[in-house]
Write a protein that binds this ligand. Structure first.
Ligand SMILES: [Zn+2]
Length: 366
């Protein structure tokens, strides 16, 4: 058998060596650690989900996928055998117990990580519900906690987008907005209170997010994004959320992000209609200039204040933007690259529109 391929599931056990090779291959198995909390001091196998043996029946189906291969281990390989016999009786046909357990794994000097560094210890309670989704899990949560997102605009789109990114545990958020809170902003800019009228938006929004999730870093930038500061602001970002309300800024961000290969989550609203898409030329998708080669005229894109808007629509679009950012960072689902999600809130129709790369744009050249 090739070391990287799946072992057969006729037997009940596989060796630590085989598990190590399998983990290094293209289709690594899920790993379940069934030891007790006090046994984790020497670390865990990287990526393992920890569920003490007595909690396996109640928790395993919520945290792991029964259709994917699963390796279970304990200290010596006895409890894990009990676990896989139980699991197989419940239909987990692709489960194997690691013989010799974690003790043998350590003796063989295979890779171990500190359990203390895992967010399930420091922040497991906070993120418990999303950690239970196999599509996110510990690995996805780690990616979120170590990611940096720039949110341009702390208005109708930026407030809900930033709220859900902070709540989900994106580790480093930067809010850019040079504006002050106006009373007429409050129906859609839900991070602000009536007492905030006249105050700067970025520090207020940042403080609200810090209160919601003190475990993440929230930065604020209370000046306007322009050609001079854009490169400094976007450097090192994993994702940019374009939640601003003017095409001049959108194009500056688009061009700088395309040059650096950073995806931009685009959201926009007009009356009762909203759109969301991901501009990511580095992954073969189009950019804003593929959609609009040059900024539309001012008459074509009046602001919310001029055209009118019901606050719930930017709320919906901003939340979709946060979802697309989480998908890109944690690596689940199918991001809206090259597709526009168009929401018509009057009819209730949600449509997806293909958005091809404009060959003349130049954003996508290899
Ligand atoms: Zn383009």
């Amino acid at each position: 058998m090739n070391g990287n391929s799946e072992p057969e599931f006729t037997g009940e056990e596989c060796t630590p060596r085989r598990v190590s090779e399998w983990l290094a291959g293209e289709n690594p198995p899920q790993i379940l650690d069934v030891r007790e909390d006090y046994e984790l001091e020497e670390g865990i196998i990287p990526g393992a989900v920890h569920i003490p043996l007595h909690s396996v029946p109640g928790e395993v189906a919520r945290r792991l996928n029964p259709d994917r291969p699963l390796v279970v281990y304990c200290a010596h390989g006895v409890r894990s055998l009990h676990a896989i016999r139980f699991l197989r009786s419940q239909g987990w046909k692709k489960s194997l117990s690691m013989s010799g357990g974690f003790v043998e794994w350590l003796q063989e000097n295979y890779q171990v990580e500190s359990h203390d560094s895992a967010p399930e210890v420091a922040a497991g309670e906070r993120y418990r519900s999303q950690l239970r989704l196999p599509e996110i899990g510990l690995e996805g949560q780690r990616k979120l906690l170590s990611s940096k997102v720039l949110i341009i605009g702390a208005g109708g789109l930026g407030c809900p987008a930033a709220t859900y990114l902070a709540a989900a545990g994106v580790g480093d958020l930067t809010l850019v907005d040079d504006d002050h809170v106006d009373l007429s902003n409050l129906p859609r800019q839900v991070l602000f209170h009536t007492r905030d009228v006249g105050e700067q938006k970025a520090p207020l929004a940042a403080n609200a997010l810090r209160g919601m999730n003190p475990e993440i870093q929230v930065r604020e930038f209370s000046r306007r994004l322009n050609n001079e500061n854009v490169n400094e602001l976007i450097t090192g970002m994993n994702v940019i959320v374009d939640a601003c309300d003017n095409f001049e800024t959108r194009f500056i961000v688009n061009d700088a992000a395309a040059r650096k290969g950073i995806p931009v989550i685009h959201g926009a609203v007009h009356k009762f209609e909203g759109i969301v898409t991901v501009f990511h030329p580095a992954q073969g998708g189009p950019c804003l200039r593929c959609l609009h080669p040059s900024p539309p005229s001012a008459e074509d894109c009046g602001s919310c204040a001029e055209v009118g808007v019901l606050g719930v629509l930017p709320g919906l679009v901003g939340i979709y933007q946060s979802l697309e950012a989480l998908k890109l960072i944690a690596g689940f689902g199918n991001p809206l690259i090259g597709r526009i999600l168009a929401l018509d809130t009057l009819s209730g129709d949600h449509r997806k529109i293909q958005l091809p790369v404009d060959k003349a744009c130049g954003c996508n050249h290899c």
